[in-house]
Design a protein around this ligand. Sequence first.
Ligand SMILES: NC(=O)c1ccc[n+]([C@@H]2O[C@H](COP(=O)([O-])OP(=O)(O)OC[C@H]3O[C@@H](n4cnc5c(N)ncnc54)[C@H](OP(=O)(O)O)[C@@H]3O)[C@@H](O)[C@H]2O)c1
Length: 271
Amino acid sequence: MPSSHPILCGSIAGRPGRFGVAMHNAAYRAMGLDFAYVAFGTEDTGGAVAAMRALGIRGLGVTMPHKQRIMAYLDRIDETAWAIGAVNTVVNDDGVLTGHNVDWIGAVRAFREKMDLAGKVAAVVGAGGGARAIIYGLNEAGVRVSVFNRSIDNGRALAKSMGAVFGGPPEALEAAGPFDLIAHATPVGFGDDTGCLIPEAALTRGVVVFDAVPVPVETELLRTAAARGCVAIPGVRMQLQQAAYQFRLYTGREPDLAVLEAALSTAMAAG
Ligand SMILES: NC(=O)c1ccc[n+]([C@@H]2O[C@H](COP(=O)([O-])OP(=O)(O)OC[C@H]3O[C@@H](n4cnc5c(N)ncnc54)[C@H](OP(=O)(O)O)[C@@H]3O)[C@@H](O)[C@H]2O)c1
């Protein structure tokens, strides 16, 4: 069996980020685990999976553009990843590679930091992979979901396949409400983009507003939501909760969330 010292975990992405590296390595150090975590930037999905097998890499987080196409290279796909149609975590058990999707767990845990979910109503904006994972999680948590999306056909298809209602384009969100939770899951607002798809009037006091966009931490949506008295949840909370879950899958140990949080804050401050 291929192996390494320390045991290697990591992530593959077209554009590798720093947050996973900071969080996982800090938790390994805090717990005295003989593990190391590296973020790989690659477009070569098949090559990355072959490397995982050849080098005995224990676990890999998977982001764009690999989430769907990696499925063809794995030995097993768990039920949830099939249902969501994407893999964001691969675990290597003695050479058997299993694909999981824990995006939904990260999202639901991030929501539960601020609200009880059962019996609530939510609006999800977007119809891509992120929206699909969030809706899966909300379904599991007993939340009724309405989907809003720019392209009517994509929005309708996603809503139908997930047992949700299609509410129309994002501009229709205010008239369709009120909602307990509004979850935004499109790339609008990412990086230098200062756009915001959610009508301001839908952001009423007390509504929980989540933006899946991880960078910047405070998007225009979250700034506006906070200014209007909403409860704002940044996308990095989803990343943090996902990292905690992945850590458990790779090491079998529960990380201290405070250690992950401190490492994430330091990494974010470093830019
Ligand atoms: N925090 C986390 O852990 C996490 C995890 C997963 C994803 N995300 C984030 O979630 C967001 C979506 O990711 P994804 O993987 O779902 O992306 P995706 O699959 O590319 O989804 C694209 C969706 O966004 C819509 N969209 C794109 N540009 C738009 C625009 N200018 N105006 C209106 N709608 C637009 C698309 O609408 P059409 O159908 O009309 O094309 C589609 O519904 C990204 O910001 C990503 O970083 C975060």
